[in-house]
Unconditional design. Structure first.
Lengths: 393, 313, 288
């Protein structure tokens, strides 16, 4: 027995040692340029490094996968066409931020330690608010699709946003509810995180302005049973229900609204609901007639969009959703900014990004304002009985 | 005497290495990692008191740590009090948590501490997320001031590293003294032989609560140090997984011994960072190694070098 | 009024889930003296195996998929008993058992994430829909939960009272040494208990698939609340576990009508602390 124990300990110790050592040996090979099966790069010059802080693991991993796929595809395409600045390929410095603030701080520090010219991500608002100052200090611009309106309060010239701020989403939904349903009482379910609170606040003040009654109930990310929130809303008898929640909770809301017999009240969901990963969690029947507000819509009637959808599907055998479209755009925006800056100097690229005008993204055109906000394209979609969406406004 | 000298020499060598390491490292990412190692060492040393010595499980490190961090961060940002005073307030918070949570859970024997600490962590997380006016909700507290001495602000990672190294060394020394004192031996006796110690008239509950209070104070101090270092706090990361990480550090390094705690904290903080290339698998690999440790080498790595002390059934 | 009835039914359904969770770890606790901190991951594993593998990949009809899941999870339980629970229960302090099962939980989560991926999914149409009685709407999944949980509770009681294996299990939980002297194989007994516990976990997992989604965090809350129900009812006491669970479910749902709903999850932990302070032996158990 004792000999056995000794053997095991030696094995354990050596396995730890081996993993550690091999890790040291391999950590250099971390940053990969392109995937193996992607288009061949024709750019041969010195590569330009682009940082990507991406949630490969952790609670947001689902979005992280799309983000990585989208940027990889975009870089492959750009490099296959000869890269930027006369033949210099873009190289992705991909670091996992695990979807947490500490992870993001580590990841961004690591990216900046690699002397990148410009960076993409991190994705969530709390990760961005934790890393904004690091980017500012290092003088490296970054592009994100985080949506919290608070982020611009830092007045960081290195911050660029290609998604629509949450502050703009709520008012658009209120306008829609008034126009379509002549709503006098609007109730909302919101996540008590930065996104939900910001959207709730903006909606509330806009409702006050319009003379519409507003009532809202909070939930915490990860809540499974929304019965009490929805019951309270039900007894308040609203004309329209909004919800400002994330993927899992948005799907649960649809289901539990129907199970509590509230499906006759019009329901406008968040951008999460317009993503396949979310609406796949719902029954088609329960989803019918539900609206979703989003800054991204995979509109197959739009040619640019259709071409992108096909390319993405060919490369990854997955469908495009919001993360993919946003970060695909971010990657092209990076290339465009480097071209316009004419150099790989971060400061020059920042200047080019801030001068972005009529940049044609797959979902519409981008124009940078003085706060680094680029996107104002917003849609309200409606689901039919077969889970497909069309633009309602 | 001879053994003591040896320990002293090893300790001095380690301190020397820790002190000169930053001279060779200029990369901010590596410095950042080293500061996190220091903070983790403090937490694991604290965890050692209750889990390593008295054998009670604490799965609420996340809650206790974030209470310390938030106390410090909120007082500093809302009232502009000097961060050093905030650090002391955080330690006081640790005493409150230790007694307040220890009293209901440790009076009765059983695994109740594990359950109440998980519950406490969850409550803390929910409150931090939802008391938006006080805590800033999920976006958290930003722009937390840094420590300063005589008007000198510790802003650069290198300076912070040295400052925290000094604090960590003080806490390590303190922990070493406690572990090797009468207290420490009484704590250990609770784990190994509760009947005997009960018969000798010692109040087990009181000792356990004391050990847990020490744990809580170490964790809240670590929380405060962390908050003033990173400059922001947000509740999302402080879930059960966070707490389990520290248990893993404790087990891998060696339960009950200060040196083991330090080794565990260093290893478990750094290896996952190195293992990022196996992205998807690192927690699986690491967890399996830990489980093997628990089953075959419950006293951690250090028991390999310390044959005499290894626990026999 | 109709809202009250609706809430009561939801509360009882959730309460039954908590009760089942409490039962599932209590039988292991009684047999081995170990608290299975990975129990919520067992539930997770069961749900993924059922929904991910048997229904979605293999396309089995739900009834057969349920049977397959139960069999697989029973085997999984037996294996983990021999590989993990038995060695851990022999170690000098039960601290290592706590750590060991906590880590086991993490291993299962990571394995689940690698096997089935991080994306949440759901089963279209599985136990979905609702019944309308007058103006009261009751969701079908809640009704099924209440029925199945009652069935399991009753049959477990019968099993422990009337079958030879069940009696042997009760013996082991009373006194291991005496049981082994009486010719009961303690190791096999523990393995069977863990197996049964794993089966209950699988059933819980399957039952919550329609109300939650299948995702990595689906079971962590019910795992914690199951612990709270156990303490409230009386730790290590099966009828207490059931009562504690239902009580918790109902208190929680009505409590959340009074306080802001976001603090709902705090209620169970506050109850837990109150019980530890006032009546640590729980509702249904005398002080030993």
């Amino acid at each position: 027995m004792r000999r056995f124990k000794k053997l095991i300990t030696v094995l354990l110790a050596s396995s730890l040692l081996v993993t550690t050592l091999s890790a040291c040996g391999n950590s250099a090979g971390e940053s990969k340029t392109t995937g193996e099966s992607g288009a061949k790069s024709t750019a041969t010059g010195k590569s330009i490094k682009v940082g990507v802080s991406n949630m490969m693991t952790g609670p947001m991993a689902a979005g992280g996968i799309r983000m990585k796929q989208a940027i990889t595809l975009a870089f492959e395409e750009i490099n296959a066409k000869g890269g930027v600045l006369d033949g210099r390929p873009l190289e992705m410095v991909l670091v996992d931020d695990a979807g947490t603030q500490t992870g993001a701080v580590n990841a961004v520090n690591k990216i900046l330690g690699d002397n990148v010219a410009v960076s993409i991500g991190p994705h969530t608002s709390s990760m961005v608010s934790a890393t904004q100052e690091i980017y500012r200090k290092a003088g490296v611009p970054f592009i994100t699709a985080a949506t919290s309106p608070k982020l611009v309060e830092a007045e960081n010239p290195y911050f660029f946003r290609i998604s629509v701020s949450d502050g703009a989403v709520g008012p658009a939904m209120v306008d829609f509810a008034i126009e379509k349903y002549n709503a006098k009482k609007i109730a909302a379910l919101y996540d008590t995180d930065d996104y939900g609170v910001a959207a709730d606040g903006a909606t509330k003040s806009f409702c006050d302005e319009k003379g519409v009654e507003y009532y809202s109930e909070g939930l915490t990310t990860g809540d499974k049973d929304l019965t009490s929130q929805l019951s309270k809303i039900k007894s308040w008898e609203p004309d329209v229900i909004f919800d400002f929640t994330h993927d899992a909770e948005a799907a649960l809301t649809v289901r539990q609204l129907s199970e509590l017999g509230m499906d006759d009240i019009p329901h406008v969901g968040p951008n999460a609901l317009a993503m396949s990963q979310t609406y796949d969690l719902c029954d088609a029947e329960q989803l019918e007639g539900t609206y979703a507000s989003t800054d991204f819509f995979a509109d197959e009637t739009n040619e640019t969009m259709k071409a992108f959808l096909d390319r993405f599907h060919d490369r990854w055998n997955e469908d495009v959703e919001r993360y993919a479209a946003m970060y695909y755009t971010a990657a092209y925006l990076v290339a465009d900014a480097i071209e316009r800056a004419g150099s790989d100097n971060p400061e020059e690229i920042r200047k080019a990004l801030s001068e972005t005008k009529d940049f044609e993204a797959v979902f519409g055109s981008l124009n940078c304002n003085d706060k680094g906000e680029m996107n104002t394209n917003l849609y309200i979609l409606v689901f039919d009985g077969e889970k497909s969406m069309s633009v309602a406004q | 005497m001879k053994k003591q000298n040896k320990t002293l020499i090893i300790a001095l060598i380690c301190i020397g290495i820790a002190a000169i390491l930053p001279l060779f490292i200029s990369n901010n990412y590596h410095l950042n990692l080293m500061i996190q190692v220091l903070i983790n060492i403090i937490i694991v040393l604290g965890l050692n008191f209750i889990t390593g010595l008295t054998g009670q499980m604490n799965l609420g490190t996340a809650g206790i740590f974030s209470m310390g961090a938030y106390t410090s961060a909120l007082v500093a940002t809302k009232s502009g009090v000097n961060p050093w005073i905030c650090l002391i307030l955080a330690a006081v918070m640790g005493i409150i948590i230790g007694v307040g949570l220890g009293y209901p859970s440790l009076r009765v024997s059983g695994v109740y501490l594990a359950l109440t600490t998980i519950g406490f962590s969850e409550i803390v997380r929910v409150l931090m997320t939802n008391l938006t006016d006080l805590t800033g909700g999920a976006l958290g507290v930003n722009n937390i001031p840094v420590f300063s001495i005589f008007g000198h602000e510790f802003r650069e990672n290198k300076e912070i590293y040295y400052l925290y190294l000094v604090i960590a060394l003080l806490l390590i020394f303190n922990a070493y003294r406690i572990v090797n004192s009468k207290w420490g031996r009484s704590f250990l006796a609770i784990k190994d032989n509760p009947e005997a110690i009960n018969a000798s008239g010692v109040n087990i509950a009181k000792l356990r609560i004391m050990a847990f209070t020490l744990t809580a104070v170490y964790s809240t101090i670590a929380g405060s140090l962390y908050a003033h270092y990173v400059g922001f706090m947000n509740p999302s990361a402080y879930n059960i997984e966070f707490s389990i990480n520290y248990v893993v550090m404790l087990v891998i390094g060696g339960i009950g011994s200060v040196a083991g705690n330090i080794a565990g904290a260093i290893l478990v903080t750094i290896v996952p960072e190195l293992l990022r290339f196996i992205e998807n698998y690192y927690w699986l690999v690491f967890s399996i190694i830990t489980l093997l440790f628990v089953i075959f080498l419950p006293n951690g790595m250090l028991s390999l070098f310390n044959k005499k002390k290894s626990m026999k059934k | 009024m109709q809202v009250l009835i609706q809430l009561l039914i939801t509360g009882i359904a959730m309460g039954f889930i908590y009760a089942l969770v409490a039962i599932e770890y209590t039988i292991i606790w009684n047999a081995t003296g170990l608290l299975n901190f990975s129990h919520d991951k067992f539930i997770l594993f069961g749900a993924y195996m059922f929904a991910g593998t048997y229904v979605l990949s293999l396309g089995l009809p739900p009834v057969i998929a349920v049977l397959c899941t139960i069999i697989t999870m029973f085997l999984f339980g037996i294996v983990s008993a021999f590989v993990i629970f038995n060695p851990l229960s022999r170690l000098s302090t039960n601290l290592f058992a706590v750590i060991g099962t906590v880590i086991l939980g993490r291993i299962i989560t990571e394995a689940v994430r690698l096997i089935w991926g991080p994306l949440p999914f759901s089963l279209d149409g599985f136990l979905k829909g609702s019944y309308k009685i007058g103006s009261v709407v009751v969701s079908r999944s809640h009704v099924i939960i209440i029925l199945v949980c009652t069935l399991i509770t009753v049959s477990l009681q019968l099993f422990f009272k009337f079958t030879k294996t069940g009696k042997a299990m009760r013996c082991v939980s009373e006194n291991k040494t005496a049981a082994s002297l009486m010719g009961v194989n303690v190791s096999i007994n523990i393995a069977l208990t863990v197996g049964i516990s794993a089966v209950i976990c699988a059933i819980i997992g399957i039952l919550v698939v329609p109300i939650f989604n299948v995702e990595l965090q689906m079971s962590s809350m019910i795992g914690l609340k199951g612990f709270a129900s156990g303490v409230i009812g009386g730790f290590g006491h099966l009828p207490g576990a059931i009562l504690g669970g239902i009580l918790l479910g109902v208190v929680e749902i009505f409590g959340s009508m009074i306080i802001p709903s976001v603090y709902k999850d705090c209620l169970s932990f506050i109850l837990l602390i109150i019980f530890l302070l006032i009546k640590p032996s729980g509702l249904l158990r005398d002080r030993k």
